[in-house]
Design a protein around this ligand. Structure first.
Ligand SMILES: [Cu+2]
Length: 495
């Protein structure tokens, strides 16, 4: 059972009241789902990524100042392949430093893009990444010290798709932008002039929750798709929001992959939770020709009960029309398009878990939020909070853990309050326990984000196969970006 996301401390700063704008925008003509340009770097050709300020029309006619990688908002989808080299060429055209992390990539610390690798204004960074891991949906995003939340919110994120020969051999939809769609889920708050509203200092204990869901930077877009099986590469790219993802008509879908690649077998679901930083690949069948409305519901939009979120969520869908959530994305099937109709493979990947005797040691991590000692007085936001892991806030000059390369470890993680998505760089791991329970089938594949709370330990087994030096260490951190920026992060070496 997945527990609902209990809120943190009561109260907190209220968001600006821009709801009227959101309502007006929702009534505008539906917009096509933007599909980020696909840049194939699998042949080793360099991929240029210009980090730059720009504008983006979240709604036609309103130009919102944003940041992007070689485009107004977000960045191109980068395609690469197992056993190839990926050459990235970043140039920072901003007036502030930017570090860019390859989230989910199994690469050494010196090309991982942690905060130690910040690119100064006007400078470049050209990492060469040896892609050795299996097929997966990963992403790249700002990881700048103390500035990650702000820079991601304004647009510094994009998707990475890794292919491999085994996945190519499976009968799965794979036509990018046709029946294999990138779906980057975020939420944003706009002021009356259409500008993005963000303040780390004013964020409350939950992190910065935007009011309006945007998919690939569009509000409630429509995607025309074939009337067959469609694969969605869902990425929760929100700063802080946990979503319940489902279809408005309750239609089942199959989850085929988690953060680190394919599951052992497709898992049938009708709803699932996605925490910040997580990726889920799902396949939904549209051969009935009916439009499918994807919902990305905020957990505070409905009341859960003792059974967890599922029954509360189903009550919401069955409840009064005016309380039902609006679709975040509508899939509109076109029977004239060639469709993928093959049955899903019965099995997908072989996932081998380490045996108990192979696990060499255990480490414990406790994420904590305490009222600050910093003298911010009655301020209710993050400015008054100390955010730590094992009692220490992130310090660029401190290595918190030293890990031996190629050795399995058990990491146990919990919090002093609330639910947090814990992310580890440079690896994929396997979840043994999630908030005290055995991980459900759709959480038993390769992961790099695990949700934990304050009741029970979440436990992962993890092994690092690449080096990370004290100069360019890996990070572990909460993926609520306002928690990360306030210090809920640590550094570790692998040698
Ligand atoms: Cu957190």
């Amino acid at each position: 059972m997945i527990h609902s996301r209990r809120r943190f401390l009561a109260g907190g700063a209220a968001l600006l009241a821009a709801g009227y704008l959101q309502t007006a925008w929702a009534k505008a003509a539906p917009r096509r789902l933007p599909i980020p340009r696909l840049v194939d770097g699998s042949d080793g050709a360099p991929v240029d990524l210009q980090i730059r300020p720009g504008h983006w029309s979240f709604l036609p006619g309103v130009k919102t100042p944003t940041l992007g990688f070689s485009q107004g908002y977000l960045g191109p989808t980068i395609r690469t392949r197992q056993n190839s080299e990926l050459h990235l060429r970043y140039h920072n055209g901003l007036a502030e430093s930017v570090a860019v992390h390859g989230h989910g990539l199994h690469v050494p610390g010196d090309v991982d893009g942690g905060p130690q690798l910040a690119i100064a204004p006007g400078e470049g960074w050209q990492p060469t990444l040896s892609i050795v891991q299996p097929a997966a949906t990963c992403w790249y995003h700002s990881h700048t010290h103390g500035r990650t939340g702000d820079q991601v919110y304004r647009g510094l994120a994009g998707m990475i798709i890794i292919d491999d020969a085994m996945t190519d051999s499976l009968a799965l939809p794979r036509r990018y932008g046709v029946d294999d769609l990138p779906v980057i889920i975020q939420d944003r708050t706009f002021d009356a002039a259409g500008r993005l509203v963000y303040s780390l200092m004013d964020a409350d204990e939950d992190g910065w929750l935007g009011e309006t869901v945007v998919i690939n930077g569009a509000i409630a877009p429509v995607a025309t798709v074939p009337a067959g099986k469609v694969r969605l590469r869902l990425l929760n790219g929100a700063n802080a929001r946990f979503y319940i993802v489902a279809f408005a008509d309750g239609r089942p879908f199959h989850k085929i992959a988690s953060d680190g690649g394919l599951l052992a077998a497709p898992v049938p679901l009708t709803e699932m939770e996605m925490a910040p930083g997580e990726r889920c690949e799902i396949v939904v069948d549209l051969s009935d020709g009916q439009p499918a409305e994807l919902l990305t519901v905020f957990e505070d939009q409905f009341d859960d009960d003792d059974e967890g979120f599922v029954s509360g969520f189903r009550n919401l869908l069955a409840g009064p029309v005016d309380r039902r959530p609006q679709p975040a994305l509508t899939l509109q099937p076109d029977p004239g398009l060639p469709a993928h109709r093959a049955p899903l493979p019965a099995s997908l990947a072989t996932i081998t878990r380490p045996k108990a005797h192979e696990i060499a040691r255990t480490r414990d991590f406790i994420l904590a939020m305490q009222p600050g000692k910093g003298g911010h007085g009655a301020h209710g936001g993050h400015a008054a909070m100390d955010m730590t892991i094992n009692g220490a806030a992130m310090d660029m000059n401190v290595i918190n853990e030293r890990v031996e390369r190629g050795v399995w470890e058990r990491w146990r993680i919990k919090a002093d309050q609330g639910a947090h998505p814990f992310h580890v760089h440079g690896c994929s791991f396997l979840i043994d326990a999630m908030e005290g329970d055995v991980a459900p089938p759709d959480q038993r594949g390769w992961k790099d984000v695990v949700v934990l709370d304050d009741d029970d330990w979440s436990e992962i087994v993890v092994r690092f196969d690449h080096p990370a030096s004290a100069k360019f260490p890996y990070m572990y951190h909460c993926h609520i970006l306002e928690h990360e920026d306030r210090g809920m992060m640590g550094q570790f070496t692998v040698s």
